[in-house]
Design a protein around this ligand. Structure first.
Ligand SMILES: Nc1ncnc2c1ncn2[C@@H]1O[C@H](COP(=O)(O)OP(=O)(O)O)[C@@H](O)[C@H]1O
Ligand SMILES: [Mg+2]
Length: 364
């Protein structure tokens, strides 16, 4: 792949869609469906903004700590725009040495610098009328900040070693995991560039500020990884879920995703308890007691965890038959159905449907 992309997925195949409502926005990325899951009001407001600005040429600045979903949002913006059939090309400015950032973005002519054996296009050229996603934009050197400002003002850029300007038709989406405004104040980031990038600002909340979404994310990642490795569905003991909800997640959703991945891979049985957590997780003390405003979210997290574990156990006892599980637990079938859908629990009917859609092998 010619560019350092922040994702391993083939960028040119990146499509996204907001169909299905803001709570659960399927993103198809190189054939892999991704999700921007969450019910937190800040996330829902952000998704509403994404809908509104996706199909415009406005430059968007996405702020958020690492792992909060900035790249997912950038791909959503691209996938919901009329540029969706054009490339989505990402440059992680933080991962490339300053000396190479310019070539990565604007390209270089043959012999422009030592090792440039052939001329190469930069992302602004290769993206044609697609989207260029500039990740960790704060790591951009001063010279490059000036060159990027020029692209934003006139669309023009000049490959290294060339005397001829070219014009880019790409839309720019930038992301920052540090406070850019503070860098502007300390003179490390150009204020004119900041204002050009910041036409629309989207702020992704850290996971510890939306703990109400943790149980849902745990269930989603567990289901995804169990399906990937052909493992039976997992249940999480309430104490385990409570611990997961209390953690601060400096790595945000990515950290939670990796943790659940590990739990799925190492699971000794289909019912996980607190002792299945990695040792360091068990020994570090959980986050301090939630402030009152988080009470509702923390309660929802524990209640959802309890409901999921309770109902999966009932379904396991009834062999996946909802009517029997409902009778067994004293719930109405209608309520049970609603909860099965909410928690995406495995039922007999689903098993049958999956068997019916399996390709039939006919022996000669
Ligand atoms: N709200 C979410 N729902 C589901 N998965 C998410 C969500 N936010 C992030 N992820 C997943 O977490 C990982 C990190 O997301 P990413 O967009 O790369 O974060 P960032 O760019 O902010 O570091 C990805 O695998 C992504 O699919
Ligand atoms: Mg990222």
């Amino acid at each position: 792949m010619p560019f350092s992309a922040t994702s391993s997925a083939p960028l040119s195949q990146s499509h996204a869609t907001l169909q299905g409502g803001p709570r659960c926005s399927p993103v198809v990325d190189g054939g892999e469906p991704l999700l921007l899951l969450g019910d937190d009001p800040r996330l829902l407001r952000l998704l509403e903004l994404v809908r509104r600005v996706a199909d415009t040429d406005a430059t968007v600045l996405i702020n958020g700590e690492t792992g909060t979903g900035k790249e997912v949002v950038a791909r959503l913006l691209h996938g919901e725009s009329r540029r969706r059939r054009e490339p989505f090309l990402a440059v992680n400015c933080g991962a490339i040495p300053e000396s190479l950032q310019e070539a990565e973005m604007f390209g270089a002519t043959r012999g422009a610098f030592t090792g440039a054996a052939a001329s190469r296009a930069g992302v602004f050229e290769a993206a044609t009328r697609g989207t260029v996603f500039l990740d960790e934009v704060a790591s951009m050197g001063h010279a490059l900040q000036v060159a990027l400002l020029r692209v934003l003002q006139s669309g023009e850029f000049t490959p290294i070693g060339s005397t001829q300007s070219r014009v880019s038709g790409a839309r720019i989406i930038a992301a920052a995991n540090v406070n850019l405004q503070a860098l502007v104040a300390s003179g490390q980031f150009r204020s004119d560039l900041y204002y050009r990038l910041n036409v629309i600002q989207l702020d992704l909340p850290p996971l510890r500020e939306r703990r109400g979404d943790i149980a849902k994310l745990v269930a989603h990642f567990a289901q995804t990884f169990c399906a990937r490795y052909g493992r039976p569905p997992l249940t999480f003991a309430p104490a385990l879920l409570h611990r997961l909800c209390a953690h601060d997640y400096p790595g945000n959703v990515r950290e939670l995703q990796n943790l659940v991945h590990r739990l799925v891979l190492l699971a000794g049985s289909s019912s996980l308890t607190l002792s299945d957590l990695p040792h360091d997780f068990q020994t570090t003390s959980p986050a301090p007691v939630q402030p009152a405003r988080l009470f509702r979210q923390a309660k929802a997290c524990v209640v959802e965890g309890f409901e999921r574990a309770f109902l999966s156990a009932a379904l396991a006892r009834s062999g996946g038959v909802i009517a029997d599980a409902a009778r067994d637990t004293g719930l109405s079938e209608r309520v049970f159905h609603v909860k099965v859908r909410k928690y995406a629990l495995a039922t007999r009917a689903q098993e049958r449907a999956a068997r019916d859609t399996e390709p039939k092998v006919t022996q000669a």
